[in-house]
Every structure is written in C-alpha cells, then in structure tokens.
Design a protein around this ligand. Structure first.
Ligand SMILES: [Zn+2]
Length: 112
C-alpha cells in the first residue's frame, strides 16, 4: 500500500520544521528517515530511498554563496568524502542537494 501524497491534502503535524508551503514535499518532510543533522537553517537526512541529501529550510530555488558554504561545512562534518549534486527534478522550487560519493554519477549539474 502506498500512502496518499496528493499535493495539498496533507497537514503538517508539527514535526520537521515550520511549513511555508503546504504543497511542497520538502516543506512537509517528516522525520521518517534517518536525519544526520538539523539546525535552524538546514537539514541533512536520508531521502526515501536511503540516499543522503541536504535541504535548505527556507523555501527558495537557490542559495547564496554564504549559504552554500554553510551547507558544505555542515555536510563535510558528517561525510568526509563527498560531492554535492544539486538535482532538483523532483522538487524544483525548494533548494536541496544530494550527497554522493566522489566520482559518482556526473550526469547532473553540480557545484565544484
Ligand atoms: Zn518547500
């Protein structure tokens, strides 16, 4: 059985962070996977298929250089050897990046 995930039909339970967009999968992300790190700005967690990614909590499509450095600093504290791949095909309007092994799939745009 797959749970109903129709956009707009789910209310935040108060878990996770304050939703800013009821229709956004990431704004409504609940702590149903392993979360490595959370602070006021970002979350580092496994996604639903068990691959780690980092989500900037503010609902926006891009992050500033300063914010990206914060992301990289936090991720580096958990994943010593990694690359960030910004793949926003599932949720294009909420910035997040996938944390992959160096030399992984480079088919996607990524930050150096
Ligand atoms: Zn969002």
């Amino acid at each position: 059985m797959s749970p109903t995930t129709a956009a707009g039909g789910i209310q935040s339970s108060g878990e996770g962070w304050d939703s800013v967009d009821d229709d956004c999968m990431l704004c409504e992300m609940e702590q149903c996977t392993h979360w490595y790190y959370e602070d006021d700005e970002l979350v580092i967690a496994d996604n639903l298929v068990g691959r780690p990614f980092v989500i900037w909590k503010d609902h926006k499509q891009s992050v500033s250089i300063d914010e990206l450095q914060t992301v990289q600093h936090r991720v580096r504290g958990i994943f010593s050897d990694h690359e960030l791949q910004v793949i926003m095909n599932m949720v294009p309007d909420h910035w997040h990046a996938h944390i992959v092994e160096p030399g992984g799939d480079r088919a996607y745009l990524r930050f150096e």
